[in-house]
Write a protein that binds this ligand. Structure first.
Ligand code: DLZ
Length: 152
């Protein structure tokens, strides 16, 4: 985890089934987030990892709900939403955030929140876990999901 006050998480996720649901907009950033999530899950010894790709971040909640129905112990949701010239940004961010929260709270299955909501592409690249990025939000979301399952 990174940022002021962020915890250092180190957990053993052996035996857990984790599904990564990933949007497809902003390919380069998504590739970084997905690679970071995979790295973090491997470091936590999670061997049962499924990846489900959906078109956009708006579709992440339904994919997360299905993953839970199919037996996932934790879900990692990854997406990138970049502000444009219309209010569309707010609607997609709101739908993704509240939808993923709803799935998690309703089912009791942790959902790691790795959806970047950025003003421009550079902000997203800085957080994508790519070479030169300052932060690795895909890894952070995966670590948070696994740590929460273990804690509960
Ligand atoms: C339509 C749209 C736009 C404009 N921007 C993004 C974005 O920056 N990131 C993202 O993940 N998805 C975007 N989408 C697609 C919506 O999430 C959704 O896939 C479509 O509205 C179809 O339901």
């Amino acid at each position: 985890m990174s940022g002021a006050g962020a915890p250092r998480l180190s957990v053993d996720g052996s035996g857990l089934r984790v599904t990564v649901v990933a949007a497809s907009w902003h390919t380069q950033v998504m590739d970084g987030l997905l690679a970071g999530a995979r790295r973090a899950l491997a470091a936590a010894n999670v061997s049962h990892v499924s990846v489900v790709r959906v078109p956009g971040s708006f579709e992440l909640p339904v994919a997360a709900a299905r993953a839970v129905e199919h037996g996932a112990d934790a879900v990692v949701a990854l997406g990138v939403v970049i502000r444009g010239g219309t209010p569309h940004f707010e609607y997609v961010c709101q739908a993704a955030t509240s939808g993923l929260t709803d799935v998690s709270v309703r089912t009791g299955v942790p959902v790691g929140f790795g959806v970047l909501t950025c003003d421009d592409e550079q902000q997203a690249l800085d957080r994508a876990g790519l070479e030169g990025s300052r932060e690795d939000k895909g890894a952070e979301a995966a670590e948070a999901a696994v740590a929460t399952v273990v804690a509960l």
